[in-house]
Design a protein around this ligand. Structure first.
Ligand code: 5AD
Ligand code: SF4
Length: 490
């Protein structure tokens, strides 16, 4: 697979496409006497969310207006391929747009994201969804305006899926950040690990680290703009810089970011156990603004399954990292990803996973039923596990993890926690929601005495992105509850 660096000259061509699109949409708007709108469906992980923030910015630059509902003139689907159910959702949703596309002659539907790197999905769009105008893969994201312009001009389906991995300077496509409380900052793209179950290396290509200084500049600007928290993204952040031979390593990057003035929280994911070293954990223990939460996907507790998954660590090596983390970050938390029912998984292997989970006492976990993905090694293995066995094991794992999550929440009762406020709780009014430095979810109330007199209706959005101290009073299965003691930053 070729790796090509995108130059600022290349981006000038993209900018000129944006200008042409501005003109096109302005005329369309005048003809229809209304604003021309866009909507983005985003599936999957934070990296996809981050890509959607860039697509969002490009749409705004073209003069489109963001639509609050799914009915828009330009509709984008940013897809995920990690498990089969994410794909089913896309095709269901695409079908629902057919009648809208017939009644709105100028409507444009584009599909991008990891699913578009799987040939069968592209064929299915070609054959069953001819009304999709544009298909492109995640590596072509920076070219979106150029592709959109071509698809409008040629008036027939345009498919742009290639085997080139582009390196773009993210400052050429600055994102339109959708949250006030957390800025997503990719530090690298792609993955070189080829875990045998995973579609990501095919979908996202080889590892490409962003240069050190542009990352620092971007985060310095974010801190100046008032962002309290950044989340550094990469499939394997601990191998930052290795692909490009940078002298700076991930610990160097973390240290430099933690020194940026005004930044209260730095999160990062994902750490691969084979590459996470003690230096990173030492930084977590000593730098006050690095989160005390480690997301460390284990996938399985069985050495035999870890080998078949091509994970390059064993159970004992994993546990050693966990013990070190627990010993020097005493109030820290650990979360993980676990796959149940990987091909060849015996009851004994599964028992190893249960015992590991019990030993680590994860504060939370994302648990998945194995889903065979096209083009991966494990999909070819003959010893696939029957669905009923997978669901039965999955139920047992979930029950154990739910107990551990609840216990982790109970341990917080009575403590004072620094919480970054994310906004109003989605399930109750007048209740704010946020996260502790250890990533525990907190729902809390503000005593009337702290709300300020005579300021009218309670406005939850005015608290978004602020830090406060919360006294934890109660634990729930997936969250804790509390009472705000004071705002930290006014
Ligand atoms: N089936 C089930 N879960 C998977 N994951 C990745 N690929 C698969 C698959 N084929 C899970 C892994 C990974 C997380 C992001 O998704 O646990 O860490
Ligand atoms: Fe997939 Fe493994 Fe890469 Fe994570 S490290 S993205 S699980 S191949």
């Amino acid at each position: 697979m070729a790796i090509v660096k995108v130059s600022s000259e290349d981006m000038k061509v993209v900018s000129s496409a944006i200008l042409s699109l501005c003109e096109y949409f302005r005329e369309l708007s005048a003809k229809n006497n209304r604003k021309i709108t866009f909507y983005i469906h985003t599936y999957g992980c934070q990296l996809n969310e981050s890509d959607s923030e860039k697509l969002h910015a490009m749409c705004l630059a073209m003069g489109l207006e963001y639509s609050k509902d799914e009915h828009a003139d330009v509709v984008l689907f940013n897809t995920c391929a990690i498990r089969e159910n994410a794909e089913d959702r896309l095709f269901g949703n695409l079908g629902a747009y057919k009648s809208e596309k017939i009644s709105n002659r100028n409507m444009i539907i584009a599909v991008c994201g990891c699913m578009m790197k799987i040939e069968d999905n592209v064929s299915r769009i070609k054959n069953s969804f001819p009304y999709v105008d544009l298909v492109f893969d995640p590596q072509q994201l920076h070219k979106f305006p150029l592709l959109l312009l071509s698809s409008i001009n040629r008036k027939k389906q345009l498919i742009e899926v290639g085997d080139v991995d582009y390196i773009t300077d993210d400052s050429l496509v600055p994102p339109n950040r959708l949250r006030k409380f957390r800025a997503l900052v990719p530090i690298m793209y792609g993955c070189n690990n080829f875990c045998t179950y995973c579609v990501v290396p095919n979908a996202r290509g080889r590892e490409r680290s962003r240069e050190f200084q542009p990352i620092i500049n971007e985060i310095t600007t974010l801190a100046r703009e008032g962002y309290k928290e950044v989340m550094l993204l990469g499939q394997n952040v601990n191998s930052y810089g290795k692909d490009a031979g940078f002298k700076e390593t991930f610990p160097d990057l973390l240290r430099a970011i933690s020194n940026i003035e005004g930044l209260s929280r730095v999160r990062f994911m994902t750490s691969h156990p084979k590459d996470l070293n003690r230096e990173v954990i030492d930084i977590m223990a000593t730098c006050k603004n690095i989160e005390t939460h480690l997301h460390l996907p284990v996938q399985s507790g069985s050495d035999a399954i870890l080998t078949r998954m091509n994970r390059h660590y064993n159970r004992e090596q994993y546990l050693e990292i966990v013990r070190y983390f627990r010993s020097i970050v005493p109030n820290g938390s650990i979360s993980t990803d676990i796959i149940v029912g990987f091909p060849g998984e015996t009851e004994e292997d599964f028992q190893d996973t249960l015992s590991l989970v019990d030993e680590v006492k994860y504060d939370s976990a994302f648990t998945f039923q194995y889903s065979p993905r096209p083009g991966t090694e494990a999909a070819k293995y003959e010893d696939q596990i029957p669905h009923d066995v997978v669901t039965e094991r999955f139920g047992r794992l979930l029950k154990l993890q739910n107990e551990l999550t609840y216990e982790s929440n109970q341990r917080l009762i009575g403590s004072l926690q620094e919480v970054l406020i994310e906004g109003e709780s989605s399930t109750a009014t007048n209740i704010l929601t946020g996260r502790t430095r250890s990533n525990h979810l907190v729902n809390f109330t503000i005593p009337d005495s702290l709300k300020g007199e005579g300021e009218g209706e309670f406005d939850a959005s005015s608290y978004e992105g602020k830090l406060c101290n919360v006294k934890i009073t109660n634990a729930r299965p997936y969250s804790v509850e509390g009472l705000m003691e004071n705002l930290i930053d006014g």
